[in-house]
Write a protein that binds this ligand. Structure first.
Ligand code: FAD
Length: 331
């Protein structure tokens, strides 16, 4: 088509941890890579937000680094001042904890800091929403809401899988029955998150966080005690069943219900100091058995992310790395 942009080697859809690590590995191997993300900033579910003076992590809260490859990566992040250890204990539902010596890491200024660090030196285009993935001769055409199509020889697709399926369908891209079946099997838990700027400390046990039994809440943390907020700033995550049940409730009702469920909370939210975030695809529930999925019978397209190599930040990281390795091995 006249005026079409020149194709790049690889388009990475998603500037979360999986997409950014895939892009870094590909660029490191000499590939020309463009990363797009529909968000205003990078990070995806590594998400940090401000309300007034409060700083809140509202997606991922911390991560571990058991895998030696990931531990080496995290050591680099620590040396760069991007992450810091938060605690080294297993949190029990009754508020007690058992020291186990494994560091739980946080972003030094919030989880988004990690994504910002990983994005340095990459061609990352935020506020760029893909609307269709079209297989064409020699690669892929990616339709975007905000401008001209993008073209690439290969794609790495790290959006939550149901969203990737929609983008492929919108591009009339037909999957093999086996790929259709494998992708349809992947499911996610939702999570309703309430953020509240408080008029005083939340009085949570060490380390400023509580992991209740799972319903109605599965996580409560004071971001001030965590070390990222100058003022008391509470993140509350509803459990999966509660999130499904209350999904369509008005924000005020969600704030009132979830804050009332926080054990022993005396502090009150400041006026105008609350927000709600609904994560439709918070955490994978049924994962794909392999670290990535290479679509069959199409130009190179690799699905990656936390639904593939493990349901958390380390799994998403490992999957992004595996996606890059697979594409580099194919070339
Ligand atoms: C509430 C919550 C709590 C969590 N707690 C923890 C925790 O404590 N520890 C832990 O290890 N993990 C936790 N996780 C999980 C962790 O956040 C994820 O496993 C990890 O961040 C996933 O990274 P990813 O790169 O696979 O996906 P994402 O971070 O979701 O990245 C995908 C990106 O694709 C983009 N995208 C989607 N569709 C389009 C489109 N059409 N066009 C352009 N861009 C698009 C999105 O904007 C997004 O940035 C939590 C997640 C949530 C939501």
């Amino acid at each position: 088509m006249a005026g079409d942009p020149r194709p790049v080697d690889v388009l990475v859809l998603g500037a979360g941890v999986a997409g950014l690590l895939a892009a870094r590995a590909l660029v490191g191997a000499g590939r020309e890579v463009v990363v797009i993300d529909k968000g205003r900033g990078v990070g995806g579910r590594l998400a940090t937000r401000r309300i007034g003076d409060g700083v809140f992590d509202h997606g991922a809260q911390f991560f571990t680094s058991a895998d030696p490859w990931f531990a080496a990566e995290v050591a680099e992040w620590e040396a760069a001042g991007v992450v810091a250890p938060w605690f080294d204990r297993r949190l029990e539902p009754d508020g007690t904890s058992v020291v186990d010596g494994h560091p739980r890491w946080r972003g030094a200024t919030g989880m988004t800091a990690i994504a910002k660090h990983l994005a340095v030196g990459l061609d990352v285009r935020t506020a760029t929403r893909a609307t269709a993935l079209i297989a064409e001769d020699g690669g892929w055409r990616v339709r975007v809401a905000e401008g001209a199509d993008l073209r690439a020889g290969s794609v790495v697709l790290t959006a939550p899988v149901p969203q990737t399926i929609e983008l492929l369908a919108a591009g009339d891209t037909t999957l093999t029955p086996a790929d259709q079946q494998a992708l349809a099997a992947i499911t996610y838990h939702p999570c309703v998150a309430v953020l509240a700027l408080l008029d005083g400390p939340a009085d949570l046990p060490e380390p400023g966080a509580l992991r209740p039994a799972g319903e109605p809440l599965d996580w409560v943390a004071d971001n001030q005690r965590k070390g990222i907020s100058p003022v008391p700033a509470l993140t509350v995550h509803a459990g999966p069943d509660t999130s499904r049940r209350l999904w369509d409730s008005p924000d005020e009702e969600l704030v009132a219900t979830l804050l009332a469920a926080v054990p022993g909370l005396q502090a009150a939210p400041l006026p105008g100091g609350t927000q709600v975030q609904r994560w439709r695809y918070a955490r994978p529930e049924v994962l794909h058995p392999d670290p990535v999925l290479r679509l069959d019978g199409l130009p190179p397209a690799v699905l990656a992310g936390d639904a593939f190599a493990g349901a958390r930040v380390p799994g998403a990281a490992a999957s992004g790395r595996a996606a890059a390795a697979l594409l580099l091995a194919e070339a």
